[in-house]
Design a protein around this ligand. Structure first.
Ligand code: NAP
Length: 248
């Protein structure tokens, strides 16, 4: 079944696993051509192959989103091939947790570069054709941690709060061109990222979630697909918290 998001070209970063994989699969199921991007070809290639095996349209690109030159070259190739990217989902992200006095410069730089600077780079290269076409949907995967902060995650919280500021600024810059820019702030979602937490930490987290469960990647994919749709065309500069009621 297709709806009004169909026949668009979508680029999803971090599409090899977890939230990004669910987003790529849902956007493809809605009839979009999905470019699945992740660090390793084994993950994004498998997701693209799975989409194609289910009758969808997809391709894969393996690169490190922190590598500015690689991002620029890939965006140029994509624009050459497709003319325009309609939907950009900046989802790739990492954690390098630690209390401030133990956080190395590399832990700080890696998280800021991978999570925040990469969004700037993709938008910089892909937004101009969107503004010319007077159509675009940019969705940045932030986090509730960017809203609340978290001990041991100064780098991650700063990057995610930065993504929210970037989202709101770009929404204002692009609104008159019919390009919307929104952020999603997931709470705790069951993926490889949260599987790194031990059982005690996971129990403590579920204890503070009013819905008493972690979210699923599908919960975030459905919010993303809505923001990517034509129906969401009058929504821009917003942050959608999807967290089972944790942050109100
Ligand atoms: P995940 O399961 O760890 O998957 C991360 C994906 O991002 C993988 O496909 C990985 O590529 C890709 N990636 C990581 N670093 C990359 C890089 N430098 N270049 C290219 N690709 C890179 O993460 P997730 O839980 O799905 O999280 C997705 C996003 O949601 C992140 O931005 C995260 O901060 C955010 N988020 C997650 C949660 C949560 O509870 N899970 C909560 C709030 C926000 P490979 O597959 O090749 O390794």
């Amino acid at each position: 079944m297709t709806d009004s998001t169909d026949n668009k070209i979508a680029l999803v970063t971090g599409a090899g696993r977890g939230i990004g994989k669910a987003i790529a699969e849902l956007l493809a199921a809605k009839g979009n051509h999905v470019i699945c991007l992740s660090r390793s070809e084994s993950s994004c290639g498998a997701v693209a192959d799975g989409i194609k095996a289910n009758g969808g349209s997809a391709e894969s690109i393996a690169l490190d989103v922190a590598d500015k030159a690689a991002v620029k070259a890939a965006c140029e190739q994509l624009l050459e091939k497709h003319g325009n990217i309609d939907i950009l989902v900046n989802n790739a992200g990492i954690t390098r947790d630690g209390l401030l006095f133990r956080m190395s410069d590399d832990d700080w730089d890696d998280v800021i570069t991978t999570n925040l600077s990469s969004c700037f780079a993709f938008v910089k290269h892909l937004a101009r054709p969107m503004t010319r076409k007077r159509y675009g949907r940019i969705i940045n995967m932030a986090s509730v941690i960017g809203l609340t902060g978290n001990a041991g995650q100064a780098n991650y919280a700063a990057a995610k709060a930065g993504m929210i500021g970037l989202t709101k600024s770009l929404a204002k810059e692009f609104a008159a061109r019919n390009v919307t820019v929104n952020a999603i702030a997931p709470g705790f979602i069951a993926t490889d990222m949260t599987a790194e937490l031990n059982e005690k930490q996971q129990e403590a987290i579920v204890g503070i979630i009013p819905m008493k469960r972690m979210g699923t990647a599908a919960d975030i994919a459905h919010t993303t697909a809505f923001l990517a749709s034509d129906e969401a065309g009058y929504i821009t500069g917003q942050v959608f918290t999807v967290d089972g009621g944790m942050v109100m």
